[in-house]
Design a protein around this ligand. Structure first.
Ligand code: PEP
Length: 258
């Protein structure tokens, strides 16, 4: 029986796609199509679209996230936005440590932790991404990588400070490649993440922690993924860019959770 704290979440990562007009059109379609009693729905738009999308989803069940933030509240950090600024723009959540940020923009476990601290201080729900590369998986280092990334981001806090945190397991080899982890592979990693979080912050924290799967989630694989007991939702890239595919993912069919 899953923990009642673990309400499923479906989050869309729009990455660097869509102009303002397309963002508003998509956001309005999602706001209109998101069911009252379904999963928690979050969309992470480009920073430029945050305020217009916030207005487009106002009064709906859809929540807004940024894809990144800086760890300082303000200062001489050209090109960056702070946690309090994205909150001010209408966000209630933020994605941290996405593998594309780790790969292309020098994100490290240390910077993820600093950003997590500032996101929590701003009252944002952080979605912390972890996951191994193909080389790491083939070298049997998946669990070691997850351990290092989780410990790096989540240690040094008390479990109550981390109550809002959501972890996204995103195997790098499955992101944007069309290769999805099998439900069994995802479940194995999610269970390991939960056990690692139990070691870090206790059984009660781990039992209530929501762990999303990300990596080529599509309308035709979401139901099987969501049937696994330790999958509490999905972080969706490509398939979140169109209303019909994202709404089908939001309306996933899986065994009822207690
Ligand atoms: C992502 O951007 O986090 C992601 C999982 O992308 P995709 O669904 O396209 O693999």
């Amino acid at each position: 029986m899953s923990n009642p704290l673990r309400r499923p979440m479906i989050a869309g990562n729009w990455k660097m796609y869509h102009d303002l007009a397309a963002s508003v059109t998509l956001a309005k379609a999602l706001a209109a199509g998101t069911p009252e009693n379904g999963p928690e729905v979050v969309i992470a738009t480009p920073a430029t679209a945050l305020t217009v999308v916030a207005a487009a989803i106002k009064g709906s069940k859809v929540k807004l996230a940024a894809q990144n933030c800086h760890w300082e509240k303000e200062g001489a950090f050209t090109g960056e936005v702070s946690a309090s600024q994205i909150k001010d723009a209408g966000c209630s959540a933020v994605v941290l440590g996405h593998s594309e940020r780790r790969q292309y923009f020098g994100e490290t476990d240390e910077t993820v932790k600093k950003k997590l601290t500032s996101a929590l201080a701003a009252g944002l729900l952080p979605i912390v991404c972890v996951g191994e590369t193909l080389a790491e998986r083939e070298d049997n280092r998946t669990f070691k990588v997850l351990d290092t990334q989780l410990t790096g981001a989540l240690s040094g806090f008390g479990p109550s400070q981390l109550a809002s945190v959501v972890v996204a397991y995103e195997p790098v080899w499955a992101i944007g490649t069309g290769k999805t982890a099998t439900p069994a592979q995802a479940q194995e990693a999610h269970l390991y993440i939960r056990k690692t979080c139990a070691r870090l912050h206790g059984e009660a924290f781990a039992a209530g922690l929501r762990i999303l799967y990300g990596g080529s989630v599509k309308p035709d694989n979401i139901d099987a993924l969501m049937s696994e007991p330790d999958l509490d939702g999905a972080l969706v890239g490509g398939a979140s860019l169109k209303a019909d595919s994202f709404l089908r993912i939001i309306n996933f069919k899986a065994p009822a959770r207690a």
